[in-house]
Design a protein around this ligand. Structure first.
Ligand code: HEM
Ligand SMILES: [Cu+2]
Length: 544
């Protein structure tokens, strides 16, 4: 394949160069990378905040921060991790970069809207920073529950306004992806020839589009209450604080599928490549992505069993919570069935995907414990809940993000990283993860409440060990990032397909040219057909 100019060397529009050619780019790949660098900044900031919280909890009593600062620290940690990292991470970075290539297109349907979404994301981030100053960052928790979020004199209005703006970036990205998948697929690609990452983005985009307006309205109501004191959530004036919880979780539970569905899509891309085997149950995985998006919108009140709901309501939401676990289990089964009797090629992306499958399964299974009303009422608002959602969100989407970074890094930058350092970092993060969050399950079962900067003496040992876990995890994350960026010191790789993948991104040069394809995309009848790929060491695999 003769050398063609990559998208780094061909700005769109062509008349702009340098930094400006990035800031007003209409190239989906550049927009994907601009999200990547912003998202890495926020992630690492929130990881350090997580480390600070953990350090405060490592010993009983006041250590590095007093109670008010602790409340703001975990709120900021949660708000950044949710709205600025985990929700946009996979769709905005890898969706933007790879969705058009996966369907044989040269861009998304609305390039200008795509750039606007990035600017909304950046604006939301800046406003979140602004809310740190003057009255200080909110101390409400990332859930901004009323009545405290109405009465507290910290910067709640600014912070919820930041989340409101970020919501628009998410909605517009969803709208763009749905239109692109309907309108921009190459003629030879039918719906059941699309890669599973594309399908996961399709399901995610519908949730982004339909659920995000609910949180937007809810956040506006909080601002209205803080400015005009209307009494919407005040029982003394005919309002109801529980209404806020319903509105908040009607978005925020489906939002966990905005987080995990693209992660599941990434794993469905990686497993067949390194098992050298067609994915098991392609249609079942497609159907379960859509089923998760639909059923996931019906379970929100499982966050509210202790809010005084009727037993009937608790029963219904508990039952629905068990139902929504089924499509997730189908995916885990399909990934394991694909690995079974595969010609396994161990690589950092596969290793991180295996960690995802294990950690997300623990997260999912403890989700069933929380879905059962009896158990839930015992562990509600304890560190058991905190451990559970770190297993699903960090162990799930976080590790899928790490796996996607290692899988697509050579395609995005044309560089390969050091495998040994990649494995060392992944092992450090995973071991630290287990040592950090497993004790929190036990502490929660023993009754340790979340969101307190101090605790009773009987919780000291668990928090001490968890402290070391967090240190290993943060060290591992640091090594991982350093190793990836050290790849820029290495020679450009010439092989467009270092892994032996069969989806379209592996047919174009690394990095891709500005319009993605040099020759017309050659769509496979079945997206994961490895019959043409020779088993053998990575880097040497070639189509016959
Ligand atoms: C180095 C990594 C991390 C560490 C050390 C860490 C530590 C913690 C701790 C100790 C808490 C509980 C605070 C309390 O209730 O008193 C917490 C809360 C939280 N963490 Fe993390 N975490 C990390 C990564 C993540 C990631 C990757 C995510 C999201 C994807 C996340 C999302 C959250 C959220 C949403 C809360 C709840 C905040 C609240 O109560 O409002 N964390 N984290
Ligand atoms: Cu939920």
């Amino acid at each position: 394949m003769e050398a063609v100019k990559s998208f780094y060397d061909t700005p769109v529009p062509a008349r702009f160069t340098g930094m400006l050619s990035w800031l007003i780019t209409l190239d989906h790949k550049r927009i994907g990378l601009m999200y990547l660098f912003a998202i890495l900044f926020w992630f690492l900031l929130a990881v350090l905040l997580g480390g600070a919280i953990r350090l405060e909890l490592m010993f009983p009593g006041e250590n590095i921060m007093h109670a008010d600062l602790y409340n703001s620290a975990f709120t900021l940690h949660g708000v950044i991790m949710i709205f600025l990292f985990i929700i946009p991470a996979l769709p905005a970075v890898f969706g933007n970069f790879f969705l058009p290539i996966h369907i044989g297109a040269d861009d998304v349907y609305f390039p200008k809207l795509n750039l606007l979404s990035w600017y909304l994301y950046m604006t939301g981030g800046v406003i979140a920073i602004v809310s740190l100053f003057s009255d200080g960052f909110p101390d409400t928790g990332w859930t901004f529950y009323v009545p405290f979020s109405i009465s507290t004199n910290t910067n709640v209005s600014t912070a919820v306004f930041a989340a409101f703006i970020l919501g628009f970036s998410s909605m517009l990205t969803g709208l763009n992806f749905i239109t692109t998948i309907h309108k921009m697929r190459v003629k030879t690609m039918g719906w059941l020839q699309m890669p599973l990452f594309t399908w996961s983005l399709y399901a995610t985009s519908w949730v982004q589009l339909l659920a995000t307006p609910v949180i937007a309205i809810t956040l506006v109501l909080v601002m209205v209450e803080r400015f005009f004191n209307v009494g919407l959530f005040d029982p003394a004036r005919g309002g109801d604080p529980i209404l806020y919880q319903h509105l908040f979780w009607i978005y925020s539970h489906p939002a966990v599928y905005i987080m995990i569905l693209p992660g599941m899509g990434v794993i469905s891309e990686i497993i067949p490549v390194f098992a050298r085997k067609s994915i098991f149950g392609y249609k079942a995985i497609v159907a379960s992505s859509m089923a998760i998006a639909i059923a996931g919108s019906l379970v929100w009140a499982h966050h509210m069993y202790t809010s005084g709901m009727s037993d009937t309501a608790v029963f219904v939401f508990s039952l629905l919570t068990f139902v929504v676990a089924i499509p997730s289990a189908i995916k885990v089964f399909s990934w394991v069935a694909t690995l079974y009797k595969g010609a396994i090629q161990m690589t950092p992306p596969l290793f991180l995907s295996l960690c995802f499958i294990y950690l997300f399964s623990v997260g999912g299974l403890t989700g069933l414990v929380l879905g059962a009303a009896g158990a839930n009422i015992h562990v509600h608002d304890t560190h058991f809940v905190v451990a559970h959602f770190h297993f699903t969100m960090f162990g799930g989407t976080g590790f899928a993000f790490f796996a996607a970074l290692h899988y697509w890094w050579p395609k995005m930058f044309g560089r390969m990283y050091d495998f040994k350092k990649a494995y060392a970092a992944a092992i450090l993060v995973t071991a630290g993860f287990m040592l950090h969050y497993v004790p929190m399950f036990v502490l929660g079962l023993q009754g340790m409440p979340r969101r307190y900067y101090d605790y009773l003496p009987q919780y000291a040992a668990g928090n001490f060990f968890a402290g070391f876990g967090a240190m290993f995890m943060i060290l591992g994350i640091g090594l991982m990032m350093v190793n990836l960026f050290l790849s820029f010191r290495r020679a450009q790789i010439s092989d467009p397909d270092p892994w032996g993948g069969v989806t379209l991104e592996w047919t174009v040069p690394s990095p891709p040219p500005v319009h993605n394809f040099v020759t017309d995309p050659d769509v496979l009848d079945y997206p994961y057909d490895f019959s043409g790929v020779v088993a053998g060491a990575v880097n040497k695999s070639r189509r016959t």
